[in-house]
Design a binder for this molecule. Structure first.
Ligand code: MLT
Length: 205
């Protein structure tokens, strides 16, 4: 069980948006993004189960940018299992989830993609890092991804962004990479780019 908000949408065919906040955030933080991208979608917004000095996160880290990989793998499974049970509880289509994550939330979304085939139909990753190395990624052929990154992001360096891009593309994903210049911040222009990508990817089908 994970603390969460579920909001029933008006269009049962629209992707269900999975919202994953940054370190120190809550399940309320990204609700405006869901409204911006797809107001008719159902929304599942989940709070991270780990606390770091009182700040919710999705997995432990040993230092800034240094992940506790054992916990990452454990928490990724916990979240994936929660998605299965939430789909049953709320009656949404488990195969129609599109994640929107920022920072630590983007990292757990990336980890879902790395570990579980079919867990996400697509992903918007705002300022992600490479969640884990040396794992074989599942086939991501039909999983479009948007990466928003900062050319001067001190946490998620451009090199690491490119590495993640290569890993996802290597697994077959089509990746749209969008660059900003405001460090680790999620700016309104990045949100606008993600919204345009979402519309062209999921609304013109
Ligand atoms: C992380 O720990 O996932 C990254 O450092 C990003 C963050 O949480 O700010």
């Amino acid at each position: 069980m994970m603390k969460h908000i579920f909001k029933q949408g008006t269009d049962p065919a629209a992707p269900v948006l999975l919202l994953l906040h940054g370190t120190g955030g809550t399940e309320r933080d990204l609700l405006p993004l869901a409204d911006r991208l797809s107001p008719a979608s159902s929304v599942l917004s989940v709070r991270g189960n780990v606390l770091e000095n009182g700040m919710p996160r999705y997995f432990r880290r040993l230092a800034e940018g240094v992940f506790d990989l054992e916990d990452l793998v454990f928490r990724t499974k916990e979240l994936n299992d929660f998605l299965d049970s939430a789909a049953e509880q709320y009656g949404f289509d488990r195969s129609n989830l599109v994640a929107i994550g920022y920072s630590n939330g983007a990292n757990i979304a990336g980890s879902l993609l790395f570990h579980y085939q079919g867990t996400l139909r697509g992903a918007i990753l705002h300022h992600p890092m490479v969640p884990i190395r040396d794992v074989a990624l599942p086939d991501l052929t039909d999983v479009p991804c948007f990466i928003g990154a900062g050319s001067n992001d001190p946490l998620c360096t451009p090199q690491e962004t490119e590495e993640l891009n290569q890993m996802l593309q290597g697994a077959g994903a089509s990746v749209t990479l969008h660059w900003e210049q405001f460090g680790h911040q999620l700016t309104s222009s990045e949100v606008a780019a993600a919204a345009a990508w979402y519309t062209s990817t999921f609304k013109n089908e």
